[in-house]
Design a binder for this molecule. Sequence first.
Ligand code: NAD
Length: 450
Amino acid sequence: MNNQKPTSDATPAEEHSTPEPLSTTQIQFRRAKAHIVGLKRGLIEFFELPKRIVKVFFPIEMEDGSVRTFQGIRVLHNQVLGPGKGGIRYHPEVTEEEVVDLATLMTWKCALFDLPFGGAKGGVVCDAKSLSETELRRITRRFVHELGSDIGPYTDIPAPDLYTNELTMAWIYDTYNAMHPGANNRPVVTGKPLELGGSKGRNEATGLGCLWATERLLEFGLVPELESVAGARIAIQGFGNVGAVAARRFMEAGARVIAVSDSQGGVHAPDGLDVNRVMLHRKEHGTVVGTPETQTITNPALLALDCDILIPAALGGTITGAVAEAVKAKLIVEAANEPVTPEGEAVLDERDVIVLPDIVANGGGVTVSYFEWVQNTENQKWELEEVERKMKARIRRAVEIMIARWRKLAAEAVKSDEAPPLEPASLRTAALVVAIERVAKAALQRGIWP
Ligand code: NAD
């Protein structure tokens, strides 16, 4: 599964770009586009740039009476397939570049999962852990107020991400609704509490989707000496909405979860952790560290642990080239967005460590967000069984489409008379090729305005 070097037929955006290092999404896009025949140059440029970047600065009165100014960003990458869709994160390291990158990834993820959405993402630069609930509510309301009609049920629909949750989504809905009275505004945001139109299954969707995507991948027999999740030894970095749910779901599927971590450190038990006990400890103490009958482990040590499947479920950029050298897992399941850097991926590729990419692995979240949006627009409520049945079918289908395309690309590379011949694509590249082709086809079917 080799990585493709960027080709030399540069678009105007590439030619005139400053020598800034390319972002993860840009590198991945350029690898994928090398495998797409006849993609118009103008479309390439259109896909490499976001449609809109909104940056706002707003003051908040803090609990101690002081006033602080915060920065919020919302990026709409592409609306060819429908309104923008993507989470809002609260983190001190949020940057415009990161948000653009993640919004772009959302365009491809929605296309791969055949959802009628484009890509978007947002964030507020803040340390959510050090803010009170009241301060977080003020930040959320003021951010939504500043965005005005830049978000909306048919323009751009936020969802939870790092350090935001269903309460944050409730405030987003409530604020938007106050600003746009007299309409059904529930579909403006997904990941809401059930009482406000949230979907059954949304909280668990991303972690559960990781399990189902992994199970389907392993059924193809592509990972040597790993036929099933049952009995596999799993290490998970990040124990929030995604990581904790994934830990419990993998354990329930018969895996041995041998280590989990959060921002304060991790816990390790070679015979397998009781994930429910770790959850209880985190609820009482705010961290997994110190769970009885576990050994403490650092985050770097967890990433290098002897295990079968490593699941990064925290921040982006954690598996760098150096970290990848130390990885002992046979398979990496990208529960987080962009946890493996391009350098990390090149090293993993050399070492034959397979990566189940984020675009597939964590697509359960946006899939159930779409179900929530459908229920909200139709004033329906689906049972959990219906949500999970529909979600499972889409996750399995996404894996199958990715593998089918990967096999086709591998066969084409063998026959290729290009000089030098195209190298075999990674699973990520295969998934991106499918997604980019879908958006390109739709863009041309719509016709370029005017
Ligand atoms: P969350 O805020 O609920 O949890 C984040 C977890 O990561 C926490 O346990 C936190 O302690 C841990 N963490 C933070 N910094 C860390 C560090 N430096 N080292 C180790 N652990 C650290 O966030 P989440 O919703 O679970 O999102 C996690 C990842 O999954 C993000 O990359 C997000 O973009 C991605 N994602 C989330 C969803 C979703 O539905 N929530 C969907 C798709 C992708």
